[in-house]
Design a protein around this ligand. Structure first.
Ligand code: GAL
Length: 412
């Protein structure tokens, strides 16, 4: 018995030594990029990591669910119990400030200097991710939120020959589609996807500067122009599928691919996802009435406090910030490099157009994807929009939005 117990003890300790050695090579990368175009983008980055950081091993910590709805909850509980992944995905802007304010991520300003990142990213983006003179994340990309995707066969069949550039023109097109038998021409999903649609309508009605003012306190949520926007948003909901509150963005996208709907407002991860799924018959344009406004968001990676394998994580972060890493990732993700020195050669046509737009367009931040508002602010807006999806009460939604904005004033 005693001999057996000793043998067991030895084999247990030998095994755990091996495990420890293997674990020290592991870099657990926590994202919500589990399928389709999102996974394809992650795979591109992982391939580059394999080349640049051959000493380390990528471990996929992805938790599925659009915009991180599930992942963020899992992450919050892991951070709370001091069990952080080696690195995690967070949005540049207010969402990142949440993690910084909570002391959950490390200052990597020194690495910025060593890796030559300070001059590689545009100044506006650097300002956006700098808190009290320090930088805590490496942006992987710039996504555009305000894009309208379409099924070209469905729109052509309804006699639509040109993308609408005003909200009224868009509503006229949706009427044509309905008259032609497309019952729910505007595909829509749940919570955050509805907030994206509301944001796009607000950009059309208020214009870029007033829209940005909604997030910094200089535009009044109680204004008559906001009421008018919510009325238009309500009107647009009448063209959407009734099961919207149960669908993720990919479910809504499916009805575009199947020709059951004509349009979907979605960020440009949809380009990568449609490509990954082999659907070629799609068109894209800026959301009607948004003109040359580019509503942006950026995915970034961090070094969490207490991360296991700090050196491996730094190698991941360096890869994310490198020109090669940004090309490998963005050419498959639908987004464009955050770096300014990556050539558009070899990128799909959509991203080439987006790269040109990014330089010339007026930039506004996205709240649904954390650039403009904190997680608390965003969560409150998502629940107000969810309520509106079932009761359609314009005054109640506006009052709720104004109350949320007042609650978070000055602390986004
Ligand atoms: C966003 C994220 C994108 C994309 C999208 C859909 O929040 O920034 O990279 O993953 O969610 O899941």
């Amino acid at each position: 018995m005693a001999a057996l117990a000793v043998a067991a003890l030895f084999s247990a300790s030998a095994c755990s030594a091996d495990e420890t050695a293997a674990a020290s090579k592991d870099v657990e990368v926590f994202t919500w990029w589990a399928d389709g175009g999102e996974k394809a983008g992650l795979d591109g980055l992982v391939a580059q990591f394999g080349t640049s950081c051959a000493d380390y091993k990528f471990v996929n910590g992805a938790v599925a669910g659009g915009a991180g709805t599930n992942a963020k909850a899992v992450l919050a509980s892991r951070l709370q119990t001091n069990d952080p992944p080696s690195t995690f995905q967070a949005h540049a802007g207010a969402e990142l400030s949440d993690y910084i304010n909570a002391g959950q991520v490390e200052d990597i300003s020194a690495e910025y200097a060593t890796w030559g990142l300070t001059s590689a990213f545009p100044k506006g983006l650097i300002d956006n991710i700098t808190v009290d003179g320090k930088i805590y994340s490496v942006p992987a990309n710039i996504h555009r939120a305000n894009v309208l995707w379409s099924n070209k066969t469905v729109t052509a069949k309804a006699g639509i020959t040109k993308d609408a550039d005003t909200l009224d023109g868009f509503i006229a097109d949706l009427d044509k589609l309905k008259a032609g038998g497309v019952a729910a021409p505007l595909a829509l999903g749940k919570d955050w996807t509805q907030v994206m649609l509301l944001e796009a309508v607000l950009i059309s009605d208020l214009g870029a500067d007033k829209f940005t003012g909604l997030w910094n306190g200089s535009t009044d949520w109680k204004g008559a122009d906001v009421t008018a926007s919510i009325e238009k948003f309500k009107k647009l909901l009448t063209y959407t599928n009734k099961d919207r509150d149960t669908l993720d963005w990919t479910d809504a996208e499916k009805s575009i691919m199947e020709g059951k709907a004509a349009y979907q407002l979605m960020g440009d991860w949809e380009a990568a996802d449609l490509d990954a799924k082999g659907f070629k018959d799609y068109g894209y344009s800026v959301f009607p009435g948004n003109g040359s406004t580019f509503q942006w968001l950026a995915d970034a990676f961090v070094l969490p406090k207490g991360a296991k394998n700090v050196d491996g994580t730094k190698c991941w972060l360096k890869t994310v910030g490198s020109a090669e890493g940004q090309k490998a990732f963005n050419s498959k993700k639908g987004s464009i490099p955050a770096r300014t020195d990556v050539s558009s050669d070899g990128f799909p046509a959509y991203q080439q157009a987006a790269m040109a737009d990014w330089k010339s367009a007026k930039q506004v931040p996205s709240c649904a994807h954390g650039a403009a508002c904190s997680q608390g602010f965003q969560g409150a807006i998502v629940s107000a929009a969810g309520k509106f999806s079932s009761d359609g009460n314009v005054a109640a939604l506006q009052a709720a939005l104004a109350a949320v904005a007042a609650q978070f004033a000055g602390k986004k």
